[in-house]
Design a protein around this ligand. Structure first.
Ligand SMILES: [Ca+2]
Length: 448
C-alpha cells in the first residue's frame, strides 16, 4: 500500500514558493559518545572541542553557533567546528556567570545582527545583552552595541541567560533571581523575570507591567521565576515554554503568558494549597537520579509540526533534558503525556531542532560537543524549486525505495501519475524535472 510522504502544492511563478527544509551539509566524525535512543533513531557527533558550553543556536543560514562560558563564541559550519573564534567576549565566568545566551535577529540575513547575554565586568559585575554584527564567520570589529544592562550581581549563580526573539519580533530575555528569592516577586528589579524589549533595547508600551512598574522595570513581561536557564518558542504557533530550574525538590516547565507570576519563592512547583496569584507549571518532575527525575531542567526545543524527519507522533512535541540525570524526555502538549527519549548523556546543556529536522544536543561533559539525533527510517523530504514552468523535485538519494508521483488535483479526483522514469541522481539527491502545465501540481513520494 502507499505510504504518502508529502503532498506539495506549488504555483507556477513561485507565488507559493515552497519553504522547504534546507539541508545542512554536514560530515560526521566517528562518535565517541553515544546516548541510548528509541528504536529507529541514530546519532552522530557533529563537533567536539568547545570547553564549557552553555547554549547554542542556529543562524538562518544553517551555521550553528555555540556559546562557551568563558566568552568564546564558536561556529560550526558545514559540519565542522571552525578553529577561529567568532569572537571572544571579556566576561566574568565564575560560578554560573559567563556567556550564556545567543539569538539571531529575525533580519539576520540582511542586517547580520546577533545578540548575546553575558556577564559584563565593568563598571561592576552584571549581566548584559549586547548586539553584535557578523562579518562572515567573525564578528565585525567594534560592532558591540549594549542594549540591556541588568542589576549588579552579588551571587555568582542563578543568572538565567536564555534569549530568543518572539513571533512578535520582540527580544525575550530570561533572568535569574541572583540567589535572592524575593527578587522574583518584586516589580522593582528585573531579576527572576522574563523581560521583553525591542531589538534596540527600548521598552514596548504593550508590556504587561508598563503602567505599573517604573523605568527599566517596565521591561518585565513575567515574574516569579528562580533560574530560567532555557526557554523556547514554537514556530508557527508562537507558544512559549519556560524551563525554571528548581531549588530542592521540583523542576518546572511553564507556559509563557504575558503578566504571569510563576510563584517562586512562595511555591516550588505546584502550589499546595493552590494559590490563585500564581500560574502552575504545565509539567514538573521531582528531584532524583532516575530515568524520570533529575536536578536541573535544560533544553528545550519544540519539534515543529511542519517538520517530519521524526515520525508523526513527534510533531508539536517539546523536548527537554536534565543536566544532572543526562536524559532527554518529550512532553506532548496535546495530551500532557511525557515520554522518555534519550539517556546516558553526560551533562546535556541545550537542545535545538535543526532545519534538517534532526534534534541537536549540546554536551557540557568532556570537552564540549554537539550531537545530532535523526530518525534512520525516516521518510524522505521533498524539496521543490521552480525554473520557468519546470518544477525541480528533489529528495535524498539514499531513499531508493520510493516512487515519485504527480497529480493536478487532490482528493477523489486525483490521478496520480508516476514520474519515476524521469528521475536522475545529482549532487547526492534524486531529481525529477516536471513540466507544469496547469497552475498547480501536487507531488508525493510513495513506498510501493
Ligand atoms: Ca513556579
Amino acid at each position: 500500500m502507499t505510504n504518502t510522504r508529502e503532498r506539495i502544492r506549488i504555483g507556477v511563478g513561485g507565488q507559493r514558493a515552497a519553504k522547504w527544509m534546507l539541508f545542512i551539509c554536514v560530515t560526521f566524525a566517528s562518535s565517541s559518545f553515544s546516548a541510548t535512543l528509541p528504536e529507529g533513531f541514530v546519532e552522530s557527533e557533529l563537533a567536539r572541542g568547545m570547553p564549557g558550553p552553555t547554549a547554542m543556536e542556529f543562524a538562518t543560514d544553517g551555521r550553528l553557533f555555540v556559546c562557551q562560558q568563558n566568552g568564546h563564541l564558536r561556529v560550526i559550519k558545514n559540519g565542522a567546528l571552525l578553529t577561529n573564534l567568532f569572537m571572544a567576549i571579556e566576561t566574568d565566568s565564575s560560578g554560573e556567570r559567563g556567556l550564556l545566551g545567543i539569538a539571531f535577529d529575525p533580519g539576520f540575513a540582511t542586517n547580520q545582527f546577533l545578540y548575546v547575554y553575558y556577564t559584563a565586568t565593568t563598571p561592576s559585575t552584571h549581566n548584559r545583552v549586547s548586539r553584535f554584527t557578523a562579518n562572515g564567520d567573525v564578528v565585525a570589529a567594534g560592532s558591540e552595541q549594549p542594549i540591556l544592562d541588568l542589576e549588579n550581581l552579588s551571587a555568582s549563580n542563578h543568572n538565567g541567560g536564555a534569549i530568543h526573539f518572539g513571533p512578535d519580533g520582540m527580544l525575550y530575555i530570561a533572568v535569574g533571581e541572583n540567589a535572592v528569592p524575593s527578587n522574583a516577586q518584586s516589580l522593582n528589579n528585573r531579576l527572576g523575570k522574563i523581560l521583553r524589549i525591542n531589538p534596540d533595547g527600548s521598552i514596548p508600551e504593550t508590556n504587561p507591567y508598563f503602567t505599573v512598574a517604573s523605568g527599566v522595570n517596565r521591561a518585565i513581561w513575567a515574574l516569579g521565576l528562580r533560574n530560567p536557564f532555557t526557554f523556547a518558542f514554537e514556530s508557527g504557533t508562537g507558544r512559549m515554554f519556560i524551563n525554571d530550574v528548581g531549588q530542592s525538590s521540583v523542576e518546572e516547565i511553564n507556559e509563557g503568558v504575558a503578566g504571569a507570576n510563576y510563584g517562586w519563592p512562595s511555591c516550588e512547583g505546584t502550589c499546595d494549597p493552590p494559590d490563585i496569584r500564581f500560574r502552575e507549571p504545565i509539567f514538573q518532575y521531582e528531584h532524583g537520579d532516575s530515568a524520570t527525575t533529575g536536578c536541573t531542567i535544560i533544553g528545550g526545543a519544540f519539534y515543529p509540526s511542519s517538520v517530519n524527519q521524526f515520525p508523526d507522533l513527534y510533531r508539536g512535541s517539546y523536548f527537554f533534558a536534565d543536566y544532572c540525570s543526562g536524559w532527554i524526555r518529550r512532553f506532548d502538549p496535546a495530551t500532557g503525556s511525557v515520554t522518555n527519549f534519550a539517556a546516558g548523556i553526560i551533562s546535556p546543556v541545550d537542545l535545538k531542532v535543526g532545519d534538517d529536522g534532526s534534534l541537536y544536543y549540546l554536551v557540557r561533559g568532556g570537552n564540549g560537543s554537539v550531537h545530532r539525533v535523526s530518525y534512520a527510517n525516516s521518510r524522505p523530504s521533498l524539496r521543490i524549486s521552480l525554473a520557468g514552468t519546470d518544477a525541480h523535485v528533489r529528495w535524498p538519494a539514499p531513499s531508493t525505495d520510493f516512487l515519485l508521483q504527480s497529480a493536478s488535483v487532490l482528493g477523489a479526483g486525483a490521478n496520480w501519475m508516476d514520474v519515476t522514469n524521469s528521475v536522475r541522481e545529482t549532487d547526492g539527491e534524486k531529481e525529477a524535472i516536471v513540466s507544469i502545465e496547469g497552475d498547480s501540481r501536487y507531488f508525493r513520494l510513495i513506498r510501493p
